[in-house]
Design a protein around this ligand. Structure first.
Ligand SMILES: Cc1cc2nc3c(=O)[nH]c(=O)nc-3n(C[C@H](O)[C@H](O)[C@H](O)COP(=O)(O)OP(=O)(O)OC[C@H]3O[C@@H](n4cnc5c(N)ncnc54)[C@H](O)[C@@H]3O)c2cc1C
Length: 406
C-alpha cells in the first residue's frame, strides 16, 4: 500500500505505543483519517519485539508519576485486551528478592511504592514462602506480586493494528519519515516516497524520537541514548530452576531493573538483560556501530556526566556484556545452582532512554508538543505494559493541543 497524499492524523512509528495511540484516536474520531507510518517492513522490529515480555504491575515507580499511573491502569487494560483477542497473558507472578539484610530497606521502599500505586495482591514473604514459590531461589525475604505476568508484546501490537484498521485507520510499513515541518494549516511529513500533508502528527518513534522532535522544532533535550540489553537463555533441561519471574532489588538511581530471570511467552527462561551504552540506536550486535548515532551519544553533554556518575555500574555492565560467566555469576546470586554451562546465547534489545543535559537518566514518561505535532520523547519500560493507557493519555493530550473536538 502506498502512503496517501493527505490525512487528518499521521502517526510516525508502528511500535506498540504508536499503534495504541493511533487506535485510540481512530476509535474516538471515526470521521478523521489516521495513517501510521513505519520505516521497517514489519511490526515489532525494535523495542516492541525485543524485550522481557513482562506485564509489570506498577511497583517500582514514584507514586504520582506517569509511569505509576499508566502502568497500573495499562496492565489492567492489557489483560482485558488480551482476553478479548485470545492472546495468552499469564499472571505467573513475580518475586523481588532481598539477598541479605542490607537489601531490606530497598524492599521496604518498593513495598511502600507498590501500595501507594495501588498494586493489587502485593505481599511480603519470608524465606520459607519464598522457597514454596521459587524452590531454587536464594534470598532472605521477597515481595511477591501475583498480578505480574508475561505476554508476547508483538502479538499485542498486531491486534492493535487490527483494531486500528477496523476503525478505518491504515498502517503503511517500509516508509521512513525524513522530515516533519509545520506548514500553516497542516504539517508536511516527508518520507522516502514523497510527502503527506497531515492535519496533525503524533510521533512515537522510540529510539529516533528526539531526532524527529528536533526536525519539528522541539528543543534537543532530552537526547535518546541507546542502551543495549542482551539476554542469555537457560538450556531447556535447566528451565525447572525458574518457575516464573525472579528480580533483584534494583539500584534506585537507575531506571533499569537489574539482571532478572524471566519466563518468556516463548517458553524460554531469559537471563538478563545487560545495560550497556550501544554503538547505535539499532545496534543489536555488541560491536555494531553507527557513526551518526555514536557521535550523537558522545557529543551530548549529559553523556560524560552520566558516565562519571555510574562508572562502577558501567564496568560491571561491560563484564556482563562480554562474559557469559560474569552474567551467570550475577544470576547465580538469585539461583545458586545456576552455572555458565546452563546458559546459551539469547538475543538483544536496545532501550531508547532519554538523557538530560545534566547527566540525569530521565525517569518518567515524557510527552511534548510542537506546532501541530505531539511527541512521545521518553517511553522506556514499562511502556509496553502501559501502552493502552499511554494511548489514551496521548489521545487526550492531542485533543487538547490540537483542538480535536469529539
Ligand atoms: C531489553 C528491553 C526489555 C524491556 N522489557 C520490558 C518489559 O518486560 N515490560 C515492558 O512493559 N516494557 C519493557 N521494555 C520497554 C518496551 O519494550 C518499550 O517501552 C516499548 O516497546 C516502547 O514502544 P514504542 O512503540 O515506543 O517503541 P518501538 O517498539 O521501538 O517502536 C518505535 C517505532 O518507530 C519506528 N520509527 C522510528 N523512526 C522512524 C522514522 N523516521 N520513520 C518511520 N518509522 C520510524 C521504528 O521502526 C519502530 O517500529 C523493554 C525494553 C527493552 C529494550
Amino acid at each position: 500500500m502506498s502512503p496517501p497524499d493527505r490525512c487528518d492524523i499521521a502517526v510516525v512509528g508502528a511500535g506498540i505505543v504508536g499503534l495504541a495511540a493511533a487506535r485510540e484516536l481512530a476509535e474516538r474520531h471515526p470521521r478523521r483519517t489516521v495513517t501510521v507510518l513505519d520505516k521497517e517492513p514489519e511490526i515489532g522490529r525494535h523495542q516492541t519485539g525485543r524485550n522481557s515480555g513482562v506485564i509489570h504491575a506498577g511497583i517500582y515507580y514514584a507514586p504520582g508519576s506517569l509511569k505509576a499511573q499508566l502502568c497500573v491502569s495499562g496492565a489492567r487494560d492489557l489483560y482485558a485486551f488480551c482476553e478479548r483477542h485470545g492472546i495468552e497473558a499469564e499472571r505467573c507472578g513475580k518475586l523481588i528478592v532481598a539477598l541479605d539484610e542490607s537489601e531490606l530497606p530497598g524492599l521496604d521502599e518498593l513495598e511502600r511504592r507498590g501500595r501507594a500505586n495501588g498494586v493489587q495482591g502485593l505481599r511480603r514473604v519470608g524465606r520459607d514462602e519464598l522457597l514454596e514459590i521459587e524452590p531454587a531461589a536464594a534470598g532472605i525475604a521477597a515481595l511477591h506480586s501475583p498480578d505480574t505476568g508475561i505476554v508476547d508484546f508483538t502479538a499485542v501490537a498486531h491486534a492493535l493494528r487490527g483494531e486500528l484498521e477496523a476503525a478505518g485507520g491504515q498502517v503503511i510499513l517500509g516508509t521512513e519519515v525524513t522530515g516533519i515541518s509545520p506548514n500553516g494549516r497542516a504539517v508536511r511529513i516527508a518520507h522516502a516516497g514523497g510527502v503527506i500533508e497531515a492535519g496533525h502528527a503524533l510521533v512515537c518513534a522510540g529510539a529516533w524520537s528526539d531526532r524527529l522532535a528536533v526536525m519539528a522544532g522541539a528543543p534537543a533535550e532530552p537526547r535518546i541514548v541507546p542502551f543495549r540489553g542482551a539476554y542469555l537463555r537457560l538450556r531447556p533441561e535447566r528451565r525447572h530452576l525458574v518457575r516464573s519471574l525472579i528480580y533483584p532489588v534494583p539500584d534506585p538511581r537507575l531506571p533499569f531493573l537489574g539482571v532478572h530471570l524471566t519466563r518468556h511467552a516463548s517458553g524460554d527462561i531469559l537471563v538478563g538483560p545487560t545495560a550497556l551504552l550501544a554503538g547505535g540506536r539499532d545496534a543489536y550486535r555488541l560491536r555494531q556501530i553507527r557513526r551518526r548515532d555514536l557521535a550523537a551519544t558522545l557529543s551530548w553533554p549529559g553523556t560524560p556526566r552520566m558516565m562519571r556518575r555510574f562508572w562502577r555500574t558501567g564496568v560491571q555492565e561491560i563484564a556482563h556484556a562480554v562474559s557469559r560467566r560474569a552474567l551467570a555469576r550475577t544470576a547465580a546470586r538469585y539461583v545458586p545452582e545456576l552455572t555458565a554451562r546452563d546458559l546459551v546465547p539469547g538475543w538483544a534489545g536496545v532501550r531508547a532512554q532519554a538523557l538530560g543535559c545534566d547527566g540525569r537518566l530521565v525517569d518518567d514518561f515524557v510527552f511534548s508538543v510542537t506546532d501541530r505535532a505531539l511527541h512521545v520523547r521518553n517511553a522506556p519500560s514499562p511502556a509496553a505494559t502501559s501502552s493502552l493507557a499511554i494511548g489514551r493519555h496521548v489521545a487526550d493530550k492531542a485533543e487538547e493541543a490540537f483542538g480535536l473536538g469529539r
